[in-house]
Design a protein around this ligand. Structure first.
Ligand code: CA2
Length: 146
């Protein structure tokens, strides 16, 4: 059975509690429950991890080696800054899909660049919590067709 690691970056633990006009009403727990339900339908296993710390995310990506077949990541603000997370994804060579709640390309210019996109299978941005569901489907389709 395929196992997918879901990684949520900094401040995503605040979802549903602050700035609902940008990031929506759903909490991180609600999004994880929706993904767990989707995983049951797809008959895959799924694991969740959130951290506000870059090194903890790098450690989790390294620990995923040999344990999971795909990574679904919302790197949060580290999308735009983290060479370390990009290098970890490239090093473990686990197919990775990058997702964003907001459309990073229609926001401030500093959000337009992603360090992660060049090492990802693809990026889904702008559909709120649905970005995660679409990303999970895209990742599983990619893994099952390769
Ligand atoms: O749109 C996304 O998913 C982002 O990855 C979210 C990041 C932002 O830095 C990226 O540019 C785009 C920010 C996550 C912060 O989440 C919050 C949630 C509720 C309240 C405050 C922040």
């Amino acid at each position: 059975m395929l196992t997918i690691q879901v990684l949520h970056g900094p401040n995503l633990n605040l979802l549903g509690k602050r700035e609902p006009e940008i990031y929506g009403q759903q909490t991180l727990d609600t999004i994880n429950q929706m993904l767990a339900e989707e995983a049951r339908r797809l008959q895959i296993a799924i694991e969740f991890f959130q951290s506000n710390h870059e090194g903890a995310l790098v450690d989790q990506i390294q620990a995923a080696m040999g344990q999971v077949q795909g990574i679904l990541i919302n790197p949060g603000a580290y999308t735009h800054t983290s060479v370390a997370i990009r290098d970890a994804i490239a090093a473990v060579a686990i197919p990775t899909v990058e997702v964003h709640l907001s459309n990073i390309h229609r926001r401030e210019p500093f959000r337009h660049h992603s360090y992660i996109a060049p090492v990802a299978v693809g990026q889904i941005s702008g559909f709120g919590a649905e970005s995660y569901r679409l990303g999970l489907h895209a990742l599983v389709n990619h893994l099952q067709s390769s």
